[in-house]
Write a protein that binds this ligand. Sequence first.
Ligand code: ADP
Length: 379
Amino acid sequence: MSVASRTPAQTEPGFESLQMCGVSRTYGRTRALVDLDLELTRGEFVALLGPSGCGKSTALACLAGLQPLTTGSIWRDEVRIDTVPVEKRGFGMVFQNYALFPHLTVQKNVEFGLSMRHVGRDERRRRAAAALDLVQLTDHAGKIPSQLSGGEQQRVAIARALAIDPEIVLMDEPLSNLDAALRIEMRTEIKRLYQERDLSVLYVTHDQEEALSLATRLVVLRKGRFVQSGTPEDVYANPVSAYVAGFMGYRNIFAGHVAARAEDGAVHVVADDLELVGRLVTGGGTDNAAQGTAVTIAIRPEDIRVAAPSAPNAIQVMVEVVEFHGRDLAVRARTNRGVAIHFKTDEPVVAGHRATLSVSSERVLAFAGVAGASRDDDS
Ligand code: ADP
């Protein structure tokens, strides 16, 4: 069906796809979203990823109906919903600050969305009890939020979102206020609920690890614009720019240039005293770059290993700092000219000693004609 033939209407049960089409949102002179297309298809867990201020929360608020669009439209299948009020969109919502009513019991908090929808008392109680059971908080139903831990409060917020039996759940940094251990526990809980309840989830986060571990698809934003979308595996292995690489754990990022072409479309790149063979990634997806072309080189710590001095793509370093991380060591070393190299190893490297490192040329990404070294520069 063409866009022109779609008409505004209220939401109905059952959906295949939720779409933002060309959505822009400006606050005064700030362009929070710029011509953004975004889709959530049934059964997906999409993580919207990007640094603070890149427009993630605004995108979620526009979808939820909490913020009006400046331009563009939102569609649930063939039905235009950007003028449908929040409570009629039928989305479950979970926010960073839990947004619980402090004076209401856990039970009443979970019943709240049902009351708003005029669900009768007995049905309300039954559904709230089922939602509390789902997040394993049945024993806490009579408490008020301040009597619960942060993790328990967030579980109440999740129970409240799920009690209305939504097909689509929108989550905005739901774990950022929790400590590290709880965050990992709640991450698993969210994934379990997603799997058990056949949900479709749009999840806003600035945390790469959270996005990679939860999502079936990542969408990376930069300054309100779409940058890259793909499965976690794909975006992790093939970031389209140094900006995305920065989010995907490519901790070693250097400004350099192309010294020469190598075999099989590879390039020799130089950054200070680093001389490596790498894989060229250009803005247009081609593999052409003249000698002297400026590149941003990105390498993941996991892709660097301790090697023999004669290894290909060798990097001579002095080991500087060694951190014990359980299964492996996280190491910072420096080249002769002081370039910092981060790598992981289970070899017994020692601070103050020299070492030879090596990295596969496939795992040295050289970005040309695309964003530069920092996560949010303007190049
Ligand atoms: P993120 O969720 O990625 O941190 P936001 O969507 O919160 O980003 O913000 C995007 C941009 O819009 C930022 O520059 C922010 O300062 C601005 N912004 C967000 N909300 C408002 C608002 N209510 N009024 C004015 N500016 C806002």
